[in-house]
Write a protein that binds this ligand. Structure first.
Ligand SMILES: *[C@@H]1O[C@H](CO)[C@@H](O)[C@H](O)[C@H]1NC(C)=O
Length: 212
């Protein structure tokens, strides 16, 4: 009898929570891809490639590296399967949520995630949508040094019913943007004003002039 009650309680809890799915960790290959696209975009901005979008060259943009503590923090928070741009969700500084479509179990290597971050960032350059602009601001926050991301596979509910094909990519940044209007970076030639304790990275990829 007790078991039945327990099962009923569990079923009820699962039902109430049906838009919450357990989070998943990215594998090593996906981590490399996610970190790489972030640094590629930061590098592009710091080199002045987005000057026509009023984003000037930056002298103190830092290289991001992976941070397992941030992954653990993200795992301890509940992210619901709401659309990433749901206007009713409060903006949480330090968290970026990207949303993209997948076939049920694909994007193991994070290539889809990489494409989603790239597209979202480029779209934000031309868009006035607040959520996208805010993601762009965190992306370009020079003081952030590390990143940790997880993902959720969500049910996408459309007019035709339910498809299991939306993924939420949830990234946390450290240190986070603390105020949405905070200055993102100092203007100047890339790497010309690296914060103390850092110097210009000597990435084998010559393109990457980020402080680390
Ligand atoms: C990693 O994240 C934690 C926050 O969870 C932060 O305290 C720590 O400084 C970060 N490490 C680096 C190298 O950014």
């Amino acid at each position: 009898m007790k078991l039945i009650i327990l099962l009923l309680a569990l079923t009820a809890a699962a039902h109430a929570d049906r838009h919450f799915n357990p989070q998943h960790r990215w594998n090593a290959e996906a981590i490399d891809n996610i970190v790489f696209i972030h640094n590629k975009l930061r590098n592009a901005a710091s080199h002045g490639l987005w000057e026509r979008h009023s984003i000037s060259k930056s002298s103190n943009m830092q290289l991001l590296s992976w941070n397992e503590s941030l992954v653990a923090e993200a795992e301890n928070e509940k992210y619901y399967c709401e659309p990433a741009d749901n206007k009713n969700l409060p903006i949480k500084l330090g968290d970026n949520i990207y949303q993209y479509d997948v076939n049920t179990y694909d994007d193991i290597d994070g290539v889809g995630a990489m494409g989603s971050i790239n597209k979202d960032t480029h779209d934000a350059l031309k868009s006035e949508a607040k959520a996208a602009k805010n993601r762009l601001r965190q992306m370009l926050y020079s003081k952030s040094k590390s990143i940790g991301c997880i993902y959720e596979s969500c049910d996408k509910i459309d007019s035709k019913g339910i498809n299991y094909n939306t993924r939420l990519l949830i990234c946390k940044y450290s240190p986070p943007l603390e105020n949405i209007d905070e200055k993102l970076f100092d203007k100047g030639e890339p790497c010309s004003n690296c914060p103390s304790g850092t110097s210009c990275g000597t990435d084998p990829n010559e393109m990457m002039k980020l402080c680390k």
